[in-house]
Design a protein around this ligand. Structure first.
Ligand SMILES: [Zn+2]
Length: 106
């Protein structure tokens, strides 16, 4: 099963092809404070209850949502810096407007 980015409105998939193009995918942090920062940044909030969604264990965000300075490079590999929070290409969810097509189950 192909995993895809959990950000609202983003359709990047975690595939060998997307990795070749320089995209990487990053699992949500296990640290609860850091995790809630990511969830807020990704706008994963239920539009009806306004509560934060419970993400599945395979939820991830692609590298499009991070700045270059959020990464550390190790040769050809790169890794997110500790404490990095997604801040790029994140869509705002306007409550009350029918944007349900942007929501996808993880
Ligand atoms: Zn994405």
């Amino acid at each position: 099963m192909t995993r895809r980015c959990s950000a609202v409105g983003c359709s990047t998939r975690d595939t060998a092809q997307s990795r070749k193009r320089g995209h990487s995918s990053h699992q949500f942090p296990t640290d609860s404070i850091q995790r809630s920062k990511w969830i807020r940044a990704a706008n994963r909030v239920d539009p009806r209850t306004k509560k934060i969604w419970i993400l599945g264990p395979s939820a991830l965000l692609c590298s499009k949502h991070f700045q270059k300075s959020d990464f550390e490079s190790y040769g050809t590999r790169r890794k997110l810096k500790k404490g990095a929070v997604p801040s790029v290409s994140l869509y705002k969810v306007y409550l009350g407007v029918n944007k349900s097509k942007f929501y996808r189950a993880v």
